[in-house]
Design a protein around this ligand. Structure first.
Ligand code: FPP
Length: 249
């Protein structure tokens, strides 16, 4: 349920009937934000983490059902170890400091990605957060951790081929629905909108299958500067798009 009523949503310049069900964000540009300020990259990641509260809150208030955030990719392990350490530390801090407020706001935290591959500290923090919020019925907040779309697909193929080999499933019975049920996003609404901050125009191995019919929104704004006003601009642009799903109107 949206905390904002229709009048409030209209006052923001948005159509209450056209609110996307599922938004995903590639939060890029933390490093360049910091560099522009002659700060270490870690300061950019911290500023990026501070940005989450307002964006999550607004998503929840607008009645967006699912918000998926790309926090750490399978490729991010290749960054210098001190940067990986900073990001892991921020994860622990985030899930420790923000969990009370998220829980009070009825947010349900889920992880997409092979989070069992994280070091013990962040893994325990995310597991606690998932457990604590599992019965919540508000915004689904999906954090992509150790996530990569190709790895997700390989995992799905393994599950399905195992079933085929054991005779539980005939190969010809495998269809799109069964494949999508093997993705981390099982049960979530179809992805409507992907936002990428930081000026690059690519998906970087993020939700490639789920984004098949999503609208893509790219902005030069660095993630730490992506405030609620800019988020509303992205949602307005989404509402201007004509979604035809390959058909004609
Ligand atoms: C990309 O910026 C950003 C990341 C790889 C990390 C995103 C993580 C956060 C915003 C904080 C942690 C998240 C949670 C949920 C606590 P970049 O470093 O690639 O920026 P650059 O392209 O300017 O170098």
């Amino acid at each position: 349920m949206a905390a904002y009523d229709e009048t409030k949503i209209r006052a923001l310049g948005l159509n209450p009937q056209g609110i996307p069900k599922h938004v995903a964000i590639i939060m890029d540009g933390n490093g360049r934000w910091a560099k522009n300020r002659r700060l270490p990259r870690s300061a950019g990641h911290r500023a990026g983490t501070d940005r989450l509260r307002g964006i999550i809150r607004l998503s929840s208030d607008l009645g967006i059902a699912s918000l998926t955030l790309y926090a750490f990719s399978t490729e991010n392990w290749k960054r210098p170890s001190d940067e990986v350490g900073t990001l892991m530390g921020l994860l622990i801090e985030y899930f420790t400091n923000e969990i009370d407020e998220l829980h009070e706001n009825n947010v349900r935290i889920q992880i997409i990605g092979a989070y069992e591959g994280l070091p013990a500290g962040p893994r325990a923090a995310v597991e606690r957060a998932m457990k604590r919020t599992e019965a919540n019925t508000g915004l689904n907040l999906n954090i992509a951790l150790n996530y990569g779309s190709r790895a997700e697909l390989v995992r799905a193929v393994r599950v399905l081929s195992k079933k085929a080999v054991s005779g539980e499933l005939l190969p010809q019975e495998i269809d799109e629905a069964l494949l999508f049920d093997c993705l981390y996003t099982k049960g979530l609404p179809q992805l409507d909108l992907v936002i990428r901050t930081g000026g690059e125009m690519r998906l970087s191995n993020f939700m490639l299958l789920q984004a098949a019919y999503a609208e893509l929104y790219f902005t030069d704004t660095y993630w730490p500067d992506f405030n609620e006003k800019k988020y509303i601009e992205a949602l307005k642009e989404f509402q201007r798009r004509d979604r035809r799903y390959g058909t004609v109107k």
